[in-house]
Design a protein around this ligand. Sequence first.
Ligand code: HEC
Length: 458
Amino acid sequence: MLKRRKKLSLIFTTLFFILQSSCSNVPGRVNFTQHVAPILYKNCTICHRPEGIGHFDLITYEDAKRYAGGMAFAAKERLMPPWPADPHYTEFVGQKVMTETEIAILKKWVEDGLQEGPKHEMPELPEYPSRSLVGEPDVTIPVIPTYLRANNYDTFLIVKVPFELPEDTFASLVEFVPGRHNVVHHVNGDMIKYEYHKKKNVYEGEYVTNMVHDSTIKLAFEKLGLPNDDGTYPVLQKSVVNYLPGTYGQKYPKGIGGYKMPRKGAFLLNDLHYGFTTDEPVWDSSYINIFYAKKPPKRPVLEFQMGTLGVSPVLPDLVIQPNTVKNVHTKIVVPEDISVLTINPHMHLLGVSFKAYALKPNGDTIRLINIPRWDFHWQYFYTFKKMVKIPKGSTIIAEGVYDNTRKNLNNPYSPPRLVRDNDGSMRATDEMFQFIVTYVMYKEGDEHISLVPEDVEN
Ligand code: HEC
């Protein structure tokens, strides 16, 4: 009797597995080498490896076994891989979103008892570029190492990164690579372009100063030795090098974007923001990679910033009373046809959702981005798979929701306090509402041009 039951249950389980696998592509029995490792190598090891920004590795069977429960949970809740944007609203380059089948396989691996599987089936770990996320740079320039004390304050620095190249040239991309991923919060940097004979020594002066108020910025620039030898100021190109957690440099199709690089110049990281450091002091050694372009860029990438410190005000004012949820928006009318390349929504810890779209003059909606669950840690520059045309006369609207109650687990204050934008103070505990749009002036056919890196040659 017992025997028969066992047999029956075996038949049933087999049947169940056959049914399950035929329905959803989840294998009857899941093991690490054949089923789990390929998923991790596709979705996770870009960050969860010794050089990556994750705090632990997910490469070997032992790694995965240790974190199996957490992995299945993070996958099911779509906390990992981190991709706060709603993939059903709009799709972007490098979108990190797992399929339902992949999520089910991670879950089933746990249920099946964390089997290792045949060792010889183990896939090869993908090759990752070691000093860049884009490729092999032509020049790498170190940022002066910064010592960060163990404390709980944000540090804001202005840092000069001077360079001298063999000749005037063009760059397709300037990439900032943080030394310590867990402390570098963000970077905005411009490029100073010296006329060769107007500046003898680009390396003179100090390299670092604390961020200062506008009224004393000139003094700070002098301390950094930025002016020409005759005291006049060189040309400054804005926003050449930017970094936010989870972002990496984006190459654009031939002729689009890029910079004229002078023989003598300097990057001016006019705010290098280090987030809270923790129990022990650390050194950060970040660096900047330059990728040369063969030809001068024909269509410069332009940028506007909506919201805090931008071209359009936040409405109503970003003053968030304690124990309230607040909706704000900002909008702008586009005066010419433009082709949007990349967008970057920005809020701090109280942000809970973000949405942006354009309304065409005929009333149609162009979807830009929907972030139903804002995550302060993952603020990408989202690049569209193809350029997005926004016709003249359209209104771009960005909407944000802030939760300043106890329910918001990221609320920096308990009990909640009044939080506002404080004139663009960038402390994580103050708020911001920004939407940055990079674009080129529209040209016939732009909407068919792919921005997917594999399609882009340079
Ligand atoms: C873009 C980088 C990145 C990718 C891709 C990524 N992770 Fe993470 N992961 C992190 C970082 C960084 C943390 C540390 C937590 C934090 O700071 O948000 C983390 C934390 C975790 C945690 C700890 C629990 C938690 O939510 O904090 C788990 C489990 C995890 N990751 C699993 C995965 C799995 C499984 C994948 C692939 C399916 C993956 N991660 C892909 C960067 C990444």
